[in-house]
Ligand binder design. Structure first.
Ligand code: 2IT
Length: 449
């Protein structure tokens, strides 16, 4: 490995030993950068890599809220403004009890490259809280969001940092967060948060965008392999907003998603989550706050496998769309044994590095990386910012058409960049190198700081 690359990597390993997900993502990205760093000896003198792995700003804040019994609870809020070289910081907020600084950093780092791949002017950020939305009432969620924004509002703005949703933060939470921002600042600031409801500045297709974009990326992969999406079966994990978008677009294109998963296990629906009623039921499951996928099995009379992951099911395509490190080595081996040929990552870093390396080594097996595949969500967030600043509204068809164009372009960048560096058809390295090159160029151009 390139000596400079290795030195920075070892520094990250030592410094962040207690934040393994951050080390994991840096290792994964750096593995692809060998040739680029070799070709740019000037990066070492400017310590480009050392700067790239250090968030520009990151802060924590106290979030206190009262439950419906009037009892106060205290959580930690975070915002990690990782890299602003190519635009205002941009990235989602995650509300989940396991949230800690290492998770914010890994997501902010990933977001930086993902946002660069979109070709739009957005920097990388992530935030959230160790708050658990499971089982909370609507009023409790509102009070939590208001308290969270009371701390965050002074650090964000349309030209500073533009948050959005992620796990545990959907349209309802964004509404409460935006409302509190407006109340505190006394202005209707365009584009300060994305994923807003359509009635107050949201973009059409934003709720669907991550899932739709992932399926558009998948279509590109299949086309390049002389295959069509029609009739394909997809094993997916998760049942949230992203998975909903995948099911909806797959249904429109004649494919079917046969598995969904939650913290309680997975369901297998051999007919596919492929009717209007089934697809819309995913939204109901999410809104219930129960965080259980078994409800789907009970409602539609399909099999539920408690405590298991869906990776042992026969399917053409796998799309992990739940959370990080959902697919470990044992699952990766099952996927290959079951004849899956296309592994399309959707959630941020859904695969452990050893499982990813194993899958990438399989003959005739295609791996598509999440930072490219799921970039449609943040891309449409950037389109929401554009519409807000122009004070106009694009039709669903217009946004969808732009999303498709952006995803086609991201796919081509992945393919062409890998080929340019002599790596053959390697979507993972292509995405890492293409994202890195854009950020590196912007950082070098702006001087050393
Ligand atoms: O992981 C992601 O890209 C998101 N959670 C969406 C970020 C955004 O700003 O729309």
């Amino acid at each position: 490995m390139n000596a400079y690359l290795e030195r920075v990597l070892n520094h990250v390993r030592a410094k962040y030993a207690a934040e393994p997900e951050f080390v994991q993502t840096v290792e994964e990205v750096f593995e692809s950068l060998e040739f680029v760093i070799d070709a740019h000896p000037e990066y070492e003198k400017a310590d480009l890599l050392g700067r790239l792995v250090e968030p520009e700003r990151m802060f924590t804040f106290r979030v206190v809220w009262t439950d419906d019994q009037g009892i106060a609870h205290t959580n930690t809020g975070y915002r990690c403004q990782f890299n602003g070289a190519i635009g205002p910081y941009k990235g989602g907020l995650r509300f989940r009890p396991t949230v800690y600084p290492g998770e914010m950093k890994f997501l902010g780092f990933e977001q930086t490259f993902k946002n660069a791949l979109t070709g739009l002017p957005i920097g990388g950020a992530k935030g959230g809280s160790d708050f658990d939305p499971t089982g909370k009432s609507d009023a409790e969620i509102m009070r939590f969001c208001q308290s969270f924004m009371s701390a965050l509002y002074r650090y964000i703005g349309p030209d500073i940092d533009v948050p959005a949703g992620d796990i545990g933060v959907g349209g309802r939470e964004i509404g409460y967060l935006f409302g509190q921002y407006r109340r505190l600042k006394g202005v209707w600031e365009n584009g300060v948060i994305t994923g807003k409801g359509f009635s107050y500045g949201g973009s059409l297709i934003r709720p669907e965008a991550t899932g739709y974009g992932a399926v558009y990326y998948l279509e590109n992969v299949l086309k390049d392999h002389g295959e069509s999406i029609q009739g394909k079966t997809i094993a997916a994990s998760g049942f949230g907003n992203v998975c909903w978008g995948i099911c909806k677009k797959a249904m429109q294109l004649g494919a079917k998603v046969v598995t969904l998963s939650g913290p309680d296990g997975y369901i297998y629906d051999p007919d596919g989550v492929a009717t209007e009623e089934k697809v819309e039921y995913l939204l109901e499951m999410r809104a219930s706050g129960r965080n259980r996928v078994q409800d789907y099995a009970d409602k539609f009379g399909v099999q539920f496998f408690p405590g298991e992951k869906p990776w042992g099911v026969k399917a053409d395509i796998a799309m992990p769309a739940a959370m990080q490190n959902d697919v470990k080595m044992d699952s990766a081996e099952k996927l290959v044994a079951n004849g899956v040929k296309y592994y399309i990552e959707v959630a941020n870093m859904p695969t452990t590095n050893d499982a990813l390396a194993y899958l990438r080594k399989q003959e005739g097996f295609v791996v598509a990386p999440s930072k490219a595949v799921n970039a449609g969500g943040v891309a449409v967030s950037a389109l929401e910012m554009s519409q807000n600043s122009e004070r106009l509204v694009w039709s669903a068809e217009e946004v969808d058409e732009k999303l498709r164009g952006i995803m086609n372009n991201i796919y081509r960048q992945c393919v062409d960049t890998a080929a340019e560096y002599g790596l053959g058809y390697d979507l993972v390295s292509g995405a890492n190198i293409a994202g890195f090159k854009r950020v590196a160029e912007a950082m070098m151009a702006q001087g050393i700081f």
